[in-house]
Design a protein around this ligand. Structure first.
Ligand code: ARG
Length: 246
């Protein structure tokens, strides 16, 4: 009977149970990370993560609310219950995993280099950028920033608060390159053809996962099975096609 009682207590405290009782799934994102979460012309946040969150809420039978949060405070915001789940294209790292739990990866990406217009044709391999004469822009607190410091140890690194600021720096030539996740950089070059170049070859392999607070096996079980189901029934592929092959 004591085991049964503690299972009941776990479920009582599960974020999933709270979502169902509240009738609302609160999803933490940071808009600006294309094509996972970004603003459309009307200022609405749209993207791959947003569509997955909406599908998730539909299966739960609740409404979905986005909680846009600055990247550098997004893990603390999850831990202090500002939202129920972080769906922000977050790379699963052992360090982050000490603070939060991750559902199974929903995609694997890698780091790439966006280069300024004047270097197109001159810089063809990332190794050439590992030189004190180059300045590399990154986004603060991302795996891109960590990778830049590791793979471009000789270059000058300038970290920015947002993707928009870091890429602007490359567009106006104040930085030579921007190190970031391939999906973002691919959308960016497609949006500014001829104005920036892309070294498409990825030099890291990073699983992205949705993060939840620790100590919640019921919510974790639901998320991993949701992922299995949407992968098996084609709805994952449909959304992937919409955002990555469009
Ligand atoms: N995958 C990278 C990381 O985890 C970048 C994610 C940025 N996401 C965002 N919503 N701005 O560090």
């Amino acid at each position: 009977p004591s085991a049964r009682a503690s299972d009941q207590a776990l479920w009582e405290h599960s974020t999933l149970n709270q979502i169902l009782r509240r009738g609302e799934l609160r999803v933490g994102v940071e808009a600006g990370y294309m094509p996972f979460e970004m603003r459309d012309r009307n200022g609405n946040i749209v993207g791959f993560d947003v569509d997955l969150a909406r599908l998730m809420a539909r299966y739960m039978g609740v409404k979905m609310t986005l909680v846009n949060t600055q990247w550098d405070g997004i893990i603390p915001a999850l831990m202090t219950d500002k939202f129920d789940i972080l769906m922000g294209g977050m790379t699963i790292t052992p360090e982050r995993n000490l603070q939060v739990n991750f559902a199974d990866p929903y995609i694997v990406i890698g780091q790439t280099v966006l280069i300024r217009k004047g270097l197109i044709g001159t810089i063809t391999e990332r190794e050439q950028l590992d030189d004190p004469k180059y300045t590399i822009a990154t986004k603060l607190g991302t795996t891109g920033d960590i990778a830049a410091r590791k793979y471009f140890a000789k270059a000058k690194i300038k970290a920015f608060e947002s993707e928009a600021e870091a890429t602007l720096e490359v567009r106006n030539g104040r930085a030579d390159a921007f190190v970031y996740d391939l999906p973002f950089n691919a959308v960016f070059v497609a949006r500014y053809p001829g104005q920036v170049g892309l070294l498409k070859e990825t030099f890291t392999q990073e699983p992205l996962g949705w993060a939840i607070r620790k100590g919640d096996p019921d919510f974790m079980n639901w998320l991993n099975n949701f992922l299995r189901v949407i992968r098996a029934d084609g709805s994952y592929d449909a959304l992937y096609g919409k955002w990555f092959e469009g």
